[in-house]
Write a new protein. Structure first.
Lengths: 130, 130
DNA sequence: TCTTAATTGCGAATTATTCGCATTTATCTC
DNA sequence: GAGATAAATGCGAATAATTCGCAATTAAGA
């Protein structure tokens, strides 16, 4: 993989982002340096093939977002109401995945990096409404 | 919610499908009865709002697929190589989700119904290649 | 049966993503 | 460091999934 200016810029944006971001969000930041949207999509594909980033697609918005893979395999929790994201610095599924594999022969891989739910604030609001 | 011919047709297609299917796949079956693609999309949206179906989006193909919600909350395992789907008739995540909630205050909801991985056949093939 | 709001069909619009092709650039060899 | 070559990029057009607007139809209830 060639090291190019565009790739560096995109990599840094991903590294500096505290959340999983879309191609368009990357473009908003990178366009001032002349990086094209097609380059961004192509670069993200390359990074994905090189296993450097994780692509997630929200079932709520159908939008793809990307995050740099950290050393330790963790997750991002995203609130489906306020879209706040918080980091979970470990993977809670390792045990369970093993269990499923034993039962079904099916190896769960590459579970979604972004997990959806309600943050405590939005959950409280939700319950008050009822 | 009005009961209409289209909705019945779409509901039955979902009920009879052994896998999570896309709007287009539904259309292929339903078009002989004159059901439009826009009706299918709108109906799926309605069903989703009524909490009757689950929408999933594959991070591999970015395609949305839909499945009727069963009484007991289970999952579908889809192989990322051969796209075979098998049914997991329970949810392996209940314990883990509770654990995450205790640690973070974040309530995991609506985890993906479709889980991705490798079926045993494709996994063996994969390992032979190495 | 009549009324009304919800649903549908149709085609056009939108949006994210991919593609083709000419041009540029990083890397490798000498 | 100069030249050769494949890889990467920019640009705009093409594609594909999904949504929308609006007029016509239909289910449900009075």
């Amino acid at each position: 993989m060639k090291r190019t200016k565009s790739r560096n810029i995109i990599k840094n944006i991903l590294l500096n982002s505290s959340k999983s971001i879309t191609a368009l969000e990357i473009f908003e930041i990178a366009k001032k340096d002349g990086v094209t949207l097609s380059t961004i999509y192509r670069t993200l594909l390359t990074f994905e093939e090189e296993n450097l980033i994780k692509k997630d697609v929200s079932p709520f918005t159908s939008k793809a977002s990307y995050s740099w893979k950290e050393e330790e395999h963790g997750h991002i929790l995203e609130c489906i109401k306020c879209h706040k994201q918080i980091i979970l610095d470990y993977c809670p599924f390792e045990e369970v995945n093993k269990e499923v594999e034993e039962k079904t022969g099916f190896t769960l891989e590459d579970e979604n990096h972004v997990l959806y739910g309600l943050c405590s604030t939005c959950k409280e609001k939700n319950e008050k409404q009822k």
